[in-house]
Write a protein that binds this ligand. Structure first.
Ligand code: HEC
Length: 114
């Protein structure tokens, strides 16, 4: 009886873990799609910062601060990486403001997954 409930518990937590990591991966995947659909990849690449900060650089700058990045996409926060080049980026905030909160969250998850 005891053994059985332990088994059930272990099984349940393993399933929970698999489900959680799968849904995080799903989220980041959705965020990548949003990033591509909105044309962000025209300037941002995953690892080169030639035209605009790379996704890696963004991930580093906003590590542990998903809310700040979300607020930046809502136009509520100033850029923290390169204010002098913000002119090129500014109009894209209109796009990130318009997407659904769920898509914005996915975008943040994707950008912080590097
Ligand atoms: C026309 C080129 C261009 C496009 C397209 C573009 N960006 Fe940018 N982005 C830049 C430049 C240049 C910077 C550096 C200025 C800055 O730090 O704000 C930047 C900076 C950023 C930053 C860092 C902000 C900070 O705190 O400094 C984020 C995050 C970002 N872009 C996300 C996006 C997303 C999401 C999209 C698509 C909706 C996008 N960008 C589209 C050029 C672009």
């Amino acid at each position: 009886m005891f053994k059985k409930s332990v088994k059930v518990l272990v099984l349940a937590s393993v399933c929970g873990l698999i489900w959680t990591s799968a849904s995080i991966a799903q989220y980041a995947k959705k965020g990548k799609e949003v990033f591509q659909r909105l044309g962000c990849t025209a300037c941002h690449s995953e690892s080169s910062s030639a035209v605009a900060p790379s996704v890696k650089e963004i991930s580093k700058a906003y590590a542990g601060k998903p809310k700040d990045l979300e607020d930046f996409f809502l136009g509520k926060r100033e850029p923290i990486i390169d204010k002098s080049r913000f002119g090129a980026m500014k109009s894209f905030i209109n796009l990130t403001k318009k997407i659904s909160p769920e898509e914005r969250q996915a975008l943040v998850k994707y950008l912080l997954s590097f």
